[in-house]
Design a protein around this ligand. Structure first.
Ligand SMILES: [Ca+2]
Ligand SMILES: [Ca+2]
Length: 196
């Protein structure tokens, strides 16, 4: 190999290196959002209602009943969770059944989501109700698509006992817990190609 050939080779390697370094650097400089724009989003801006859930059950005082929601096939836009309950009627007119207190939690452990309601007591002799709402951006919906980890926890905080009218501190009958109804309304970002 002649000295002049070596020089040519060295220059060639040097140019190749510049090209490689240049392409890596320009790749890094492209903002993520611009890269994403090149790929069409799987969803549109339209929000559509999806099938909801209705469940009922009974939870003892101090216990939690988890209800799993199968939402993996949706690009979630909004979840609205409503718990309703009615305390048992008192034994007779001489008794009062003190209100029961619930709390609900909407949880997705995979995405560190935990929306917790206040603790709510039913009005004496009336129906208690708690509603939790969670909204998700299109970006979040795309990230969470496919997650099967949605759970609503129904927490029976306290069941107020029955006592004789006027004798608040003397328990006549222990209230062990309460029945409830759960309703989950679901809205999702419409999938591209599903427009009617
Ligand atoms: Ca009660
Ligand atoms: Ca009760």
């Amino acid at each position: 190999m002649y000295p002049s050939d070596r020089k040519t080779l060295a220059v060639g390697v040097f140019i190749a290196l510049i090209v490689i370094i240049g392409s890596v650097a320009s790749g890094k400089n492209i903002p993520t959002s611009e890269k994403e724009k090149k790929k069409p989003s799987p969803i549109t801006d339209v929000v559509v209602e999806a099938p909801g859930y209705t469940e009922s059950g009974y939870t003892k005082e101090g216990e939690t009943t988890p209800v799993n929601l199968a939402l993996q096939d949706l690009y979630l836009a909004e979840l609205r969770v409503t718990l309703t309950w009615e305390d048992e009627p008192p034994r007779n007119r001489l008794f009062v059944n003190e209100p029961d207190t619930f709390r609900i939690e909407l949880v997705n452990s995979e995405f560190n989501i935990s929306v917790v309601s206040d603790e709510v007591s039913n009005p004496s002799g009336g129906e208690g109700s708690i509603t939790l709402r969670a909204n998700f951006t299109q970006e979040d919906a795309i990230k969470m698509y496919g997650s099967g980890n949605w759970t609503v926890n129904i927490v029976m905080v306290q069941a107020g006992n029955q006592h004789r009218v006027g004798l608040i501190h003397i328990i006549a009958f222990v209230d062990p817990g309460n029945a409830w109804s759960l309703n989950v309304d679901v809205w999702a970002w419409q999938e591209r190609g599903a427009e009617s």
